[in-house]
Design a protein around this ligand. Structure first.
Ligand SMILES: C=CC1=C(C)c2cc3[nH]c(cc4nc(cc5[nH]c(cc1n2)c(C)c5CCC(=O)O)C(CCC(=O)O)=C4C)c(C)c3C=C
Ligand SMILES: [Fe+2]
Ligand SMILES: [Fe+2]
Length: 362
C-alpha cells in the first residue's frame, strides 16, 4: 500500500524514493497527498443560445429517462423530429433575452461559479488545501465526468457530491447522482464517495429564504397581499408513483410561513414550467396569479424556492410570462424575489450542510 499522508505536508506531491514510498519502483508516477473533494452540481445550461447549442443541450436533457420516462421507441421520434426542430428556436430566443453577454454565458452558469467561489473561500479558511471545491453540471459543460476525473487527478481520495437542489426529485437530484456514479465507474482508482441529501427543511435554508422575503418586503411601499412560492413543476404522475418532491415543496412553504409568523392563506404554493400535454402538479403558477388578479388581488410577490440560482425559469418565465399573466388579468404590482444565489445567508446554509455531511472526513 502506498500511503503518502504521514510524509507530506498539505497538497504536496510525494515522489517515489521519499519516506514511506521508498519501496515503490523508480518509474512510479508521483503520488499526491490525499485530499477531499466537494463537488457541487447543478442542472446545466446551454453553451450558447444558437440553434445547435440549444438542440445539443435540450437533446441531452430531454433524453434523460429520469426527466421524461416514456419508452424510447415512443418518445425519441417525437423528440428528434418534432420537439427538437422547434424548441431550440423558442428556448434560444428566451435564453438570448436573459444571457450574460459580458461573460458569454447564461446566468445559471455565472451564479453557479459565484456560489462555488464563495463556498471555496469559506472551506479554504477552515480546512486549507486539504479540501478542494468545484462544480459540475448534469447536462452540458463542465461535465460531471470531467470534474470527477480532475478531482481524482488532484489527489482526492474522497468526494462529497452535492446536488444543489433543496428538494429531492427523480428528475433533478437522482439523475445528478446517477451521473456521478457513472463517472466513478470510469475511474481505475475510485475515491470514497458520499452524496448530500436534500436540505429543504434545514433551518439555515429556511432562514435564508425568510430573510430574503423580509428584505424584499422592507423595500416596498405597500406590502403584497399574497406571497406565491412558485416551484418548478413535474408530471403529476411522478408524485402518484412516489416522488417526494411535491410533499417537500409543501413542507418548505409551511416552514417558511411559520418562520415568518404569517397566517395560512398569506402564502400559496404553486408549480410552473409545464412541458407537454400531460397533467403536471397543480395549481399552475401562470393560471393562479391570473385568478388572484381577477378576484381583486392587486399586489403579489413571487419567490422560487426550488431553484438555488436564478435561471431561465425565474428570469424569463416568472418575470416575463407569469408577471404578464397577473398584470393582464388586472394585477397592479408584481414583485419577484430573487433566488438565494450567492447571498451570504445562503452560502452559510450550504457550507453548514456540507460540513454536516463531511463528518469524519476532515
Ligand atoms: C420536461 C420535463 C422537465 C421536468 C420534469 C423538470 C423538472 C425540474 N427542473 C428543475 C430545474 C430547472 N429546469 C430548468 C430548465 C428546463 N426544464 C425543462 C424540463 C423539465 N424540468 C426544460 C425543457 C428546461 C430548459 C428550458 C426550456 O427549454 O424551457 C432549469 C434552468 C436551466 C438554465 O439554463 O437556466 C432549472 C434550474 C427542477 C428543480 C425540477 C424539479 C422537479
Ligand atoms: Fe426543469
Ligand atoms: Fe420555462
Amino acid at each position: 500500500m502506498l500511503d503518502a499522508r504521514p510524509t507530506a505536508s498539505k497538497g504536496e506531491t510525494v515522489t517515489p524514493g521519499q519516506g514511506r514510498l521508498s519501496h515503490a519502483p523508480a518509474d512510479h508516477p508521483p503520488v499526491k497527498t490525499a485530499r477531499v473533494g466537494i463537488l457541487l452540481a447543478n442542472l446545466g445550461t446551454p453553451d450558447n443560445y444558437d440553434y445547435w447549442s440549444m438542440r445539443r443541450y435540450l437533446n441531452e436533457f430531454l433524453s434523460d429517462k429520469r426527466v421524461i420516462d416514456f419508452p424510447a421507441w415512443k418518445w425519441q421520434p417525437l423528440l428528434q423530429l418534432i420537439i427538437l426542430s422547434k424548441r431550440p428556436f423558442t428556448s434560444g430566443a428566451n435564453y438570448k433575452s436573459i444571457w450574460n453577454h459580458d461573460k458569454g454565458e447564461s446566468p445559471l452558469m455565472t451564479i453557479t461559479k459565484d456560489q462555488t467561489a464563495a463556498i471555496a473561500t469559506e472551506i479554504a479558511a477552515k480546512y486549507g488545501d486539504r479540501v478542494m471545491v468545484d462544480f459540475c453540471m448534469r447536462y452540458g459543460n463542465p461535465s460531471t465526468e470531467s470534474k470527477v476525473r480532475a478531482m481524482v487527478e488532484a489527489g482526492c481520495e474522497k468526494i462529497l457530491f452535492f446536488p444543489l437542489y433543496p428538494h429531492y426529485a427523480g428528475a433533478t437530484s437522482a439523475t445528478a447522482n446517477d451521473q456521478f456514479f457513472r463517472a466513478l465507474m470510469k475511474e481505475k482508482r475510485q475515491p470514497a464517495a458520499r452524496i448530500v441529501p436534500e436540505y429543504f427543511e434545514h433551518p439555515l435554508y429556511i432562514e435564508a429564504l425568510a430573510q430574503s422575503v423580509e428584505e424584499a418586503y422592507a423595500k416596498l411601499d405597500h406590502k403584497p397581499d399574497v406571497l406565491i412560492t412558485s416551484y418548478h413543476g413535474m408530471p403529476k404522475r411522478y408524485l402518484m408513483e412516489g416522488d417526494p418532491y411535491h410533499c417537500q415543496c409543501a413542507k418548505a412553504t409551511r416552514l417558511l410561513r411559520e418562520r415568518l409568523g404569517w397566517k395560512k392563506d398569506a402564502i400559496h404554493t404553486t408549480f410552473q414550467s409545464v412541458f407537454g400535454r400531460e397533467e403536471w402538479l397543480r395549481p399552475y403558477t401562470v393560471e393562479h396569479v391570473a385568478e388572484l388578479a381577477k378576484k381583486g388581488i392587486k399586489r403579489i410577490a413571487v419567490i422560487a424556492p426550488a431553484f438555488s440560482a436564478d435561471c431561465i425559469e425565474t428570469l424569463e418565465e416568472i418575470q416575463g410570462e407569469i408577471c404578464e399573466s397577473f398584470e393582464h388579468a388586472g394585477g397592479e404590482e408584481f414583485t419577484y424575489i430573487p433566488c438565494l444565489n450567492d447571498n451570504p445567508a445562503h452560502i452559510r446554509a450550504l457550507v453548514t450542510v456540507i460540513e454536516e455531511n463531511l463528518g469524519g472526513w476532515v
